[in-house]
Design a protein around this ligand. Structure first.
Ligand SMILES: Nc1ncnc2c1ncn2[C@@H]1O[C@H](COP(=O)(O)OP(=O)(O)OP(=O)(O)O)[C@@H](O)[C@H]1O
Ligand SMILES: [Mg+2]
Length: 279
């Protein structure tokens, strides 16, 4: 991949990450032991139950939260707790209300000290490609939730870092726009070959977009299964009609359903201990 010059070290690697939150008397073990790898140029997805710690994991990768144990290794170097090394699209668009749309898109480039004019030109070109032409000088509050998500996505896409972490980037889009964005994302990815770690609740989306899928358990969270997606690139829509697509979809669905049943049985109290008991 990437012209064959990729060395073993060219990857983002999470080694045995664990994260426990402690608020007052409550101890919440969220990540138990997560190890995964995103090789340079790969598209890797995570699917897992709500509350399993996917966003927390991204905060750990981005250096916003310290893990309780384990390491984040980037291109062979331990970068645990270091900020600014990944391009990150948070689950909520988090646009800055006082900056125009184009100034929001170029934010990460500005922070990295890249030339403004070039960044603005890129932002305008991409805004046009995602149907936001004419909004360059508008402010975020005039945009719908889905439009804001596209802006946040472009901000991550135009960030200069190699590894992109996208936390449910298409979560609040209607089905058709979402489908268009998926096709559009595969085509950009296939030409730009960015390294992507992607969180989604849609099994189909994960199968259509990814090279590898990690299925997460309930918290305290482990990797239930690593799935290698067998479809070739460039990826055509027809893969969604292939029997193996449906088999993999069923397999992932069953894994997640079992997790849901397990969590219903344990009523969520197994790993959470409240010592404060104020009521
Ligand atoms: N700062 C914090 N303090 C205490 N608990 C936290 C903190 N941040 C997250 N948690 C807890 O960690 C767990 C995982 O949350 P997280 O948002 O990472 O889940 P998620 O997998 O992204 O869920 P979703 O799919 O709904 O977005 C939740 O139980 C949440 O309450
Ligand atoms: Mg989340």
């Amino acid at each position: 991949m990437g012209g064959g010059r990729v060395t073993v070290n060219s990857q983002l690697e999470l080694r045995n990450l664990a994260k426990t939150f402690q608020n007052g008397g409550t101890v919440r073990r969220v990540l138990d032991n997560i190890s995964l790898t995103v090789k340079k140029g790969q598209f890797v997805s995570i699917v897992g139950p709500s509350g399993s710690g996917k966003s927390t994991l991204f905060h750990v990768i981005g250096g916003l939260t310290e893990p309780t144990s384990g390491q984040v290794i980037m291109d062979g170097k331990d970068v645990t707790g270091t900020k600014g090394l990944i391009s990150y699209m948070p689950q909520q668009p988090a646009l800055l209300p006082w900056r125009t749309i184009e100034d929001n898109v170029i934010l990460a480039r500005e922070v990295a000290g890249l030339p403004r004019q070039e960044s603005i030109e890129m932002a305008r070109e991409w805004l046009g490609k995602v149907g936001l032409q004419g909004y360059e000088h508008a402010y975020p509050h005039v945009l719908s939730g889905g439009m804001q998500q596209r802006v946040a996505f472009l901000r991550a896409l135009l960030s200069p870092q190699e590894y992109m972490c996208l936390d449910e980037p298409f979560g609040s889009l209607d089905a058709l726009t979402r489908y268009d964005m998926q096709k559009w994302l595969t085509s950009i990815w296939e030409t730009q070959k960015r390294s992507v770690l992607f969180v989604t609740h849609s099994i189909e989306e994960a199968l259509f977009l990814s090279d590898t899928i990690y299925v997460f358990s309930n918290k305290p969270t482990n990797v239930l299964k690593k799935i290698t997606v067998p479809f070739s690139r460039p990826r055509a829509e027809e893969v969604m009609e292939m029997p193996v697509f449906h088999e993999l979809k069923r397999e992932i669905y069953q894994l997640l359903k079992r997790e849901q049943e397990r969590s219903a049985e344990s009523t969520g109290t197994k790993e959470e201990f409240s010592h404060a008991a104020p009521y």
